[in-house]
Design a protein around this ligand. Structure first.
Ligand code: LIP
Length: 276
């Protein structure tokens, strides 16, 4: 059956409002957490509660839709194959480290993929009420107003975001540090704010010019990808090829020229295992 994307967008916006209210209230105090893979990969009760709220709300309206969720997949521990079925890709709290510290910079990130094409995305920071939305072919919006990337082409004038990531694996950290050094030397500025989805949204807004990261997951970047592209930006693989949502690698930029310059500059890393 055809997917009613208008209804999908309406339903998910309402659910995200409810979930956002929970996150914003809890963010007033520091949160208890448990470690997942390592001591800096965190999950809280709120992550699980918000994921359930979103998934149950969607299932009620669209019983045959599928899910790839951060906590859902870690619970099952199984890789997820992306099929042609309508699939919601959900990070209930992106930026969990910020959330446990009550640093008000985390968000809900939700994308809907149909026939392996992302149709819509929402990134919502309920603490600061920043809502980024996009639907395929209809542009990107910040709190309802159309947004555009900066169009910056020159790395020397670009504000770049990236992350330390959620592992202290020495090989990975070596690459992270090497790339921070390169960017600090070549770019206009470098920021590490703690949420992959919000990093990408800042590129869409034209506030940052590019974001790259090795080690992200599909749920961190699914919504950000469509929001950046609908804002006129590009999302590619950090080595310069096509973006692969399950590869755990991303490079978003305000222009093809900037994306390719960063791709040439970066020391490459291929996180294992992939998401699928
Ligand atoms: C995290 C991101 C963080 C990034 C990690 C991770 P989580 O998501 O927000 O910025 O470095 O790769 O994916 O675990 O907080 O939802």
């Amino acid at each position: 059956a055809a997917v009613d994307l208008d209804k999908c967008f309406e339903v998910v916006n309402e659910l995200v409002n409810k979930a956002g209210a929970i996150i914003a209230r809890r963010n007033e105090t520091r949160q208890e957490f448990v470690c997942k893979q390592g001591d800096i990969d965190l999950v809280t009760e709120t992550d699980k509660e918000v994921e359930n709220l979103l998934m149950n709300g969607i299932k009620e309206q669209f019983p045959d839709h599928k899910f790839i969720g951060e906590e859902e997949s870690s619970a099952e521990g199984a890789p997820k194959k992306l099929t042609d079925a309508p699939t919601w890709i959900i990070d209930p709290v992106d930026g969990t480290m910020n959330f446990v510290h009550a640093f008000p910079h985390s968000c809900i990130s939700v994308g809907l993929v149909v026939n392996k094409v992302t149709e819509l995305g929402i990134v919502y920071n309920p603490m600061l009420q920043q809502r980024f939305t996009a639907r395929r072919g209809q542009g990107a919006f910040y709190n309802g107003k159309p947004i555009k990337v900066s169009g910056q082409k020159d790395l020397a004038k670009a504000l770049i975001t990236s992350e330390f990531g959620t592992t202290r694996d020495p090989e990975k950290m070596k690459v992270v540090n090497e790339n921070f050094q390169k960017m600090a030397a070549k770019a206009h500025g470098l920021r590490v704010l703690g949420s992959a989805a919000l990093n990408m949204s800042m590129v869409a807004l034209g506030a940052a010019d590019a974001n790259y990261e090795f080690g992200i997951h599909a749920w961190d970047v699914c919504a950000g990808d469509i929001i950046v592209r609908e804002a006129g930006g590009v999302v590619i693989d950090p080595a310069g090829g096509e973006f692969d949502m399950m590869s755990r690698r991303v490079l978003a930029a305000s222009s093809t020229e900037l994306a390719q310059e960063i791709a040439k500059t970066l020391t490459q890393f291929y996180p294992q295992p992939r998401d699928d």
